[in-house]
Design a protein around this ligand. Structure first.
Ligand code: DGP
Length: 114
């Protein structure tokens, strides 16, 4: 989708610090980090949110998790811990309608989230 910010990041039209890329998944640092490590892991395919993801996307969605776990190792936060978050819809504050998994860590994270 030409107007989607994250599709444009995937296409290289908007600069970002990409930390992982393959044919299906791209990960890049969040522009507004909520911790020392804040990476967004997204599918190359434009899927607006988890609501639009049918079971044919199960493997792709699972891959977001395993890529995030690999990046957590590389970022040095696997032992200290981290949070994986998908914001879905208005109450969760979803701002970008291209599904993305937040990998946040490098500090103590409070619970429940705000
Ligand atoms: P969410 O609320 O879950 O939809 O979070 C969207 C995240 O996307 C937010 O943490 C900021 C980040 N973001 C928005 N625009 C850009 C951008 O142009 N570049 C990067 N790197 N991150 C962005």
């Amino acid at each position: 989708m030409a107007e989607c910010i994250f599709c444009r990041i995937v296409a290289g039209e908007i600069p970002s610090e990409i930390v992982y890329r393959d044919d299906e998944v791209v990960a890049f640092r969040d522009i507004n980090p909520q911790g020392p490590v804040h990476v967004l892991v997204i599918p190359v395919e434009h899927i607006p949110g988890i609501r639009e993801a049918d079971p044919s996307k199960n493997a792709l969605l699972g891959k977001l998790m395993t890529v995030a776990a690999k990046l957590a190792e590389e970022e040095g936060i696997a032992d200290s811990g981290y949070r994986l978050v998908i914001n879905q819809g208005p109450d969760a504050g979803q701002a970008v309608f291209h599904i993305h998994l937040h990998l946040i860590g490098g500090r103590k994270l409070s619970w429940p989230p705000g």
